[in-house]
Design a protein around this ligand. Sequence first.
Ligand code: NAD
Length: 327
Amino acid sequence: MHGNDILIVTEDDCKQLIDSGGAFDAVKDMFGRMASGEARNFPVVREAIGHADAFYGFKSGFDKISMTLGVKGGGYWPGNMAQGLTNHQSVVCLFDPDTGRLSALVGGNYLTAIRTAAASAVSIETLSRENSMILGMIGAGHQAGFQLRAAAEQRNFEKVVAWNYHPEHLPNLGKVAGEVGLPFEATTIEQVCVQADVIITITSSFAPLLMNHWIRPGTHIACMGTDTYGKQEVESKLVASAKVFADEIDQSTSIGEAQHAFAEGLITKERITPLGEVVNGTHPGRSDDEDITLFDSTGMGLQDLAVAGAVVRKAMEAGTVQTVQIG
Ligand code: NAD
C-alpha cells in the first residue's frame, strides 16, 4: 500500500511560483485545448447558502493533455472586505487522474485573479488591433489591477482612462498604472468608451454601463465582470452588433454578458465563437480594423486548473513546498 502524499501550495507559494506571463501561457493553451475537445469543463455548481449573503460553489474539469483533473471550491462573501479579507475565497484540489487520489491543495485566491486577467489578456492579444494605444478600465475593485497589468503586457498602450462606480477606489488603480509606466486619467464612462481602443469591464454591475452608440469602430471590449444570472455591464444592443467571442458559449448565454441579448432574441449561439478557435487558428477572429470585437468571459474551471497545474509542476521542480501524507 503506497502512502498518499499531497502537495500543499499556499497563497504565498503561488505568488512566488507564477506571474501574469506564466498564467497567460497556461490559460491560452487551455483555451486551445477546450476548442479542440481535449479538455472539458464539468457543470458548475453555484448556490446562495442563505448565510452571510454568500455564494458558494464548484468549478471543475479535466485536461487530457496535461492530465490535470480537479475542482475549485469557494465563492463570494461580500462582507469579507470589512474584515480585511478578500471577498472571493477559494482553494483548488487536484486529483491523480489514474487513481482518483488527492494530489495537491492549492490556494485559489491569487490564482483566480491572475487566471481571470490572463483570459482578457488572451482576448486582447488575439482580437484587439495591434496599434491599440488607449486602454479603458471600467471598474477598480480587487480584480481590476491584475487586469490592467496583464493587458499592459499585450499592447504598447500609451495611456489608461478609467471610471469606477466608487470613485474613491480609482487612485489604487492609478497606482498600478504608474507601476507599469502608464499615465492614468479618471473620467466618465462615456469618455472611456469614446477614447479607448481596448476596454475591460470588471464590475459587479446589474445594469448596463456601456452604451452601443459610444463605442468607436475597431474597439475591443473584454467583458469580465458578468459571471452570474442578472449581472450586466454592456447594453444588449452592443452585444448584438459586435463580433462576439466567449470562453464557453453555454455559460455566455446563461450567466455571461450575452445572457440579455440572448434572452431578448438579439443574438443566437451560432453568432458566438469560442476564443479557443481563434487561439488554434481555426477562426480568423477580427477580420477588419473597423470590427468591434467583444469577449464574454464567465470564468471556467479549466482556467483554474490550468494555472493550478502550472504552479504544481513548478513547485515540484523547485522542491520547496510542503508535502503531507493523508493516507
Ligand atoms: P470587487 O467586489 O472587488 O469590485 C467590484 C467592482 O464593481 C468595483 O469596481 C465596484 O466599484 C464596482 N461596482 C459595485 N457596484 C456597482 C454598480 N452597481 N455598478 C457599477 N459598478 C459597481 O470585485 P472583483 O473581485 O474586482 O470582481 C469584479 C467582478 O468580476 C465581479 O462581478 C466578479 O464576480 C467578476 N469576476 C469574474 C471572473 C471571470 O472569470 N469572468 C472572475 C472573477 C471575478
